[in-house]
Ligand binder design. Structure first.
Ligand SMILES: [Zn+2]
Length: 421
């Protein structure tokens, strides 16, 4: 018993000294979430940013550890707006096999590795858009990360997500069997109960598939009526949460936006009319360019060599319409379709489609902090914000791929990666 008490004190002592560690960070450049600055310093104490600004303006405590990062840029911890930590690339194992044949325990074991890879790539927060058949394992994964049991990003989770009866997969099996779906089906008034149940099980927001490829020719068609989506939104909002919608077809996007969705996921057939509606309602677009490109590559497309698939061309077109119209665009790649830790891929594609690198940086920081309603805690390098910080080599506003060259990662004041030694 005595040893145990002593040990407890020892641990408590360690904790206190850790929490008080101060860092003075001196990178060449600081991207504060909106603007790039040179000759700035950032002071971190415990898990908070105590000061950020011109070097001469910062009062440095004696005990602060100074870290100088030459040829490097410091940014807020990056935020992935559309991840699936419970999925991995479909060219390794197709979606249906992952959903139907892999146990939740196995998938959770994989997800712990995905979470670690995400954090090490500088992504200190993710908005995870559904476990696709692994129940509320995301809620448990988030808990394990928050308790410091395993390394991973801050998680904002959807849980099971909601689909309309008949629309979602896996499908095509003999009718004598009941096939588990990748999300929870609900319709009409039963949506009220399902939304509340998902919230009760730990969903931080409610994700609905406003359409799916269940048209007569396999095309994307709306799955819920406008009234159903309004009902979901009303129930979701009254709990202080928000509705986010998977929507590719024009009609589903219009219904989702009209019903009150805060983000549109995918938006493959976004046009000028939809863009104007999104602007008017302040809805953010999460383009998922990476998912579309990856799937076409898995099907044999050799980018730059074989003809561009129709879906890729359409995707780029919708992105350009949204960007030129001034729709808010976040970073949301649908990562999981491609490897966790490769989140920068989506940003590279956004830049390839004409977005300025600094806008892509904003999408991955301040814009995504706002879609999470966490813009007073993360997504910026500002006094009082959480110490989620990343240092990359070079200047990502000159070349967005510099974000792949991660030198140093801090989350909640703790250093998880240090390539400077
Ligand atoms: Zn997704």
């Amino acid at each position: 018993m005595k040893t145990r008490i002593a040990l407890l004190f020892f641990c408590a002592g360690l904790h206190v000294s850790f929490a008080q560690t101060s860092y003075l960070l001196l990178p060449d450049r600081v991207f504060d979430g909106e603007t790039m600055h040179t000759r700035w310093a950032v002071l971190v104490q415990g898990n908070k940013i105590m000061a950020a600004g011109p070097r001469e303006s910062i009062k440095v405590p004696k005990e602060a550890v100074t870290l100088t990062f030459t040829y490097a840029t410091l940014t807020p911890g990056l935020i992935e707006g559309h991840s699936h930590l419970f999925l991995y690339p479909y060219n390794i194992t197709d979606w249906e096999t992952q959903v139907l044949k892999e146990s939740d325990a196995y998938r959770t074991a994989l997800a712990t590795v995905h979470a670690k890879n995400t954090l090490m790539a500088g992504f200190t927060t993710v908005r995870d858009l559904g476990t696709e058949g692994a129940g509320y394992a995301d809620v448990a994964l988030k808990r394990a990360i928050n308790e410091g049991i395993i390394p991973g990003p801050r998680m904002w989770v959807a849980g099971r997500a909601i689909v309309s009866t008949g629309s979602y997969g896996p499908k095509g099996y003999d009718n004598d069997q009941t096939i588990m779906l990748g999300a929870e089906p609900a319709d009409g008034n039963s949506l009220i109960k399902v939304v509340r149940d998902q919230i009760g099980n730990g969903a931080d927001f409610v994700k609905v598939y406003a359409d799916y490829r269940w048209g007569i020719y396999g095309e994307d068609r709306p799955s819920f009526t406008l009234d159903e989506l309004k009902l979901v939104n009303e129930v979701t909002r009254s709990s202080g949460r928000v509705l986010v919608c998977h929507a590719k077809s024009k009609e589903a996007m219009i219904r989702a936006i009209t019903a009150g969705a805060e983000t549109i996921e995918h938006g493959d057939y976004l046009d000028e009319e939809v863009a104007q509606l999104m602007k008017a309602k302040g809805v953010t677009f999460m383009p998922t360019l990476g998912a579309v490109e990856s799937i076409q590559r898995y099907r044999g497309w050799d980018k730059g060599k074989t003809p561009e698939p129709r879906l890729v061309t359409q995707k780029k077109k919708s992105f350009k319409i949204a960007y030129e119209a001034g729709v808010k665009i976040g970073l949301g790649g649908d990562v999981g379709v491609y490897p966790h830790g490769e989140n920068v891929y989506e940003l590279e594609l956004m830049v390839e489609c004409g977005m300025k690198p600094i806008e892509a940086l904003k999408a991955a920081t301040s814009v995504n902090a706002r879609i999470l309603h966490l813009e007073n805690e993360i997504g910026f390098v500002r006094e009082g914000f959480l110490a989620d910080l990343v240092v990359v080599e070079g200047d990502p506003t000159q070349n967005i791929s510099q974000l792949r060259k991660v030198k140093w990662v801090m989350k909640d004041g703790k250093v998880y990666r240090d390539e400077m030694k």
